[in-house]
Design a protein around this ligand. Structure first.
Ligand SMILES: Cc1cc2nc3c(=O)[nH]c(=O)nc-3n(C[C@H](O)[C@H](O)[C@H](O)COP(=O)(O)OP(=O)(O)OC[C@H]3O[C@@H](n4cnc5c(N)ncnc54)[C@H](O)[C@@H]3O)c2cc1C
Length: 337
């Protein structure tokens, strides 16, 4: 384990933003972590745990210690004829875990295929896509208290999962390092193809779902065709969270915009944030080095050489315009550092 100084983070975030960390270290196992806890760099500085950097925006240099999570390993803890319990270390690539499960014919996380980033960051915002969220299969989260160095196991309830949200983003923000998660997956068919885009894709391509890999492949194909690849153009996926409104608010919107799209999820009304961005004329717009993607209004992009401040300033302009036109506040899904 080697602590480096003034480390360039531009290759470690999918926005490809240039920012430097005062101190930087990679941890390969829990022993590294324990050793790190006793160093002055760890004790005396603000800390940032980093996985794939696919949900962060560096708005300035990080005046502290960045800890890159490389904890690896996937193990089957137990299984019976119906279910399998799998423990996965936080530094594994999320999609690698999805492939591990679909290759074994397991059901549960196939709809979450190709979400960038690491397993350890997945509970942070309860990753979700195509009608499924992490919380649907999660059993527990193992995390180290960064003050005491003690490991704690969080049950699903203790994680306080919500839409793109968890206790780790709120009450316990910056207080725990997630080292591993445990999932319970099904051996019996448990397909979820209720999400409209997925359903349409399967029908259009005449795909009969016989195993979870069929869904995983379909989701991967849809995502590749819809979302900009960060290797080609810097971005962090959806920059804003979708918007939840009550019935009265929806009615008010429908008066002026009868075509407003909405989805009912767990008794809540969800409106795609991208719709508000389109309606305020931001889709495809470019300001200097930054812009809004021309096919995905929810995705802010670095056209090359952008600073985090430029992206943030664009995001704030969009928030202000949406607020002025609709009286609603967009909030970032991306973690602003
Ligand atoms: C093209 C694209 C598409 C995307 N699509 C989706 C999608 O469909 N659904 C979805 O939910 N998300 C999506 N995302 C967002 C992102 O992939 C997820 O949020 C992912 O879980 C982030 O993982 P990461 O390892 O890159 O996290 P990072 O960006 O490295 O970190 C994110 C946050 O978590 C903290 N963190 C990271 N690891 C740990 C840890 N081990 N312990 C404690 N804190 C930690 C960081 O400090 C930071 O605050 C997308 C992103 C991109 C670029």
């Amino acid at each position: 384990m080697k602590i480096e100084r003034n480390y360039n983070l531009s290759k470690l975030n999918t926005f490809s933003i240039r920012a430097d960390a005062r101190f930087f270290v990679e941890i390969q196992n829990e022993a590294d972590l324990k050793e790190l806890f006793s160093t002055p760099e760890f004790k005396e500085n603000p800390k940032l745990f980093l996985g794939g950097g696919s949900n962060v925006l560096f708005t300035k240099d990080f005046d502290g210690l960045v800890i890159l999570n490389k904890l690896k390993g996937i193990e089957i803890l137990k299984e019976n004829s119906d279910e399998v319990v799998i423990r996965c270390m936080g530094g594994e690539i999320w999609h690698g875990l999805v492939l591990f499960t679909v290759e074994r014919g397991l059901w549960g996380i196939e709809n979450l295929s190709l979400i960038p980033g690491t397993v350890g960051a997945a509970p942070m915002q309860n990753i979700g896509a195509y009608g499924v969220e992490l919380k649907n299969t999660l059993e527990n989260v193992e995390a180290f208290n960064i003050e005491t160095g003690e490991k704690r196991i969080f049950s699903k309830a203790e994680c306080e999962f919500g839409y793109r949200d968890s206790v780790f983003k709120n009450k316990l923000k910056d207080k725990f390092f997630i080292s591993a998660i445990t999932l319970k997956l099904s051996k019996k068919e448990k397909k979820n193809i209720t999400y409209k885009v997925l359903q349409e894709h399967l029908e259009k391509n005449k795909i009969e779902v016989k195993n979870s890999k069929h869904i995983s492949d379909a989701v991967a194909e849809i995502r590749r065709s819809k979302l900009p690849d960060p290797k080609v153009i810097g971005n962090a996926g959806s920059f804003f969270k979708n918007v939840f409104v009550d019935k009265a608010e929806l009615k008010k919107l429908q008066k002026n915009y009868p075509d407003v799209p909405y989805f009912i999820e767990d008794n809540f009304i969800k409106i795609p944030a991208g719709w508000f961005i389109e309606k305020t004329g931001w889709k495809g717009k470019k300001i200097g080095n930054v812009g809004v993607h021309d096919k995905q209004a929810l995705v802010l992009v670095n056209h090359g050489g952008a600073t985090g401040e430029e992206i943030l300033s664009l995001a704030n302009k969009i928030i202000a315009d949406v607020k002025e036109k609709f009286g609603l506040e967009l909030s970032p899904e991306v973690n602003l550092i």
